[in-house]
Design a protein around this ligand. Structure first.
Ligand SMILES: [Fe+2]
Length: 287
């Protein structure tokens, strides 16, 4: 039994295609889909159509990510503050361009699920952690080990923090396939079950990032979330994390300016963070 493992696609339909091709070439017979299928890039339905096609052809076991939860909250009227700016523009773009079919599928997804195959140890799937979509679990701070110690299965397979890793602790194993979209090379994992045990291989897959990003720029997406979208491009060109730092700076400057900021004042905080991190002209790097 060979399973492809994919997480944090974030609308990256081209790196998704590259990962699927690589996994199918390696003999994947089914797929584990760990959430955050949309937002951060344009054309959410291209990603969703690709996933629907995959689900028609192969057994797929999917869970919900925090971005799917956000899409449903917006659809339920809980996000009236979203607008086209660096804070929420990429989320709003996905929300306004998703089909009813995709939203229905999001609504049907569990936050966690136990997947069993005959003769093989059970797999616990989640996005962040088994009891919280948005929880970041990491090996460095011991949180991943703590999750393994209370796990009801042999394997915990999750995403969300975009950190590709596999390690064992007290007889249980944590696998994070990394992010399909957020790097200069697409990331995924291949899980092979044989002789009563699973083994995981972390994979990185090359694809034409610059050609893809030229298409992103050409779509006008950068105007919808000016600084945030450039942070996404920066990560995809350099492979370096920047978004957490960018977001925390932008929020800090907003707090320092006070409450009841105008949209222009809020965006200026993002612009300041973008200037400091030298990402505002990132599209010039793509030629
Ligand atoms: Fe996430």
């Amino acid at each position: 039994m060979k399973l492809g493992v994919l997480s944090d696609i974030h609308c990256g339909y081209r790196p998704l295609r590259a990962c699927l091709d690589a996994l199918l070439e390696r003999g994947a017979e089914g797929f584990l889909l760990l959430g955050d299928y949309v937002s951060d890039l344009p054309h959410p339905e291209r990603t969703m159509e690709m996933l629907r096609s995959l689900m028609r052809e192969y057994p797929c076991y999917a869970v919900k990510g925090n971005r799917e939860a956000s899409m449903l909250q917006q659809r339920d009227g809980e996000c009236p503050h979203w607008r086209y700016d660096s804070g929420s523009g990429s989320l709003l773009h996905s929300a306004e361009n998703l089909s009813e079919e995709s939203l229905c599928w999001f609504r049907s997804l569990p936050a966690t699920r136990l997947v069993k195959f005959p003769g093989l140890p059970p797999l616990r799937l989640c996005h962040g952690s088994p009891d919280a979509l948005r929880r970041l679990i990491r090996r460095e701070d011991g949180s991943a080990e703590r999750e393994l110690e209370k796990l009801d299965a042999d394997w915990l397979i999750g995403g969300h923090n975009h950190e590709q890793t596999v390690f064992s602790h007290k007889g249980k194993t944590y696998l994070n396939p990394g992010t399909v979209r957020m790097r200069d090379r697409a990331q995924c994992a291949l899980l092979t079950g044989e002789d009563g045990r699973w083994t995981a291989e972390l994979m990185t897959v090359d694809y034409d990032v610059k050609s893809y990003l030229r298409a992103v720029i050409g779509s006008g997406f950068l105007d919808l979330a000016p600084v945030f979208s450039r942070g996404v491009l920066y990560e995809m060109i350099t492979g370096k994390d920047i978004i957490d730092e960018m977001v925390s700076r932008a929020f800090r400057y907003q707090r320092e300016k006070g409450s009841d900021l105008t949209p222009e004042e809020t965006e200026e905080c993002w612009q300041r963070a973008g200037r400091e991190l030298d990402i505002l002209e990132v599209e010039k790097w793509i030629s």
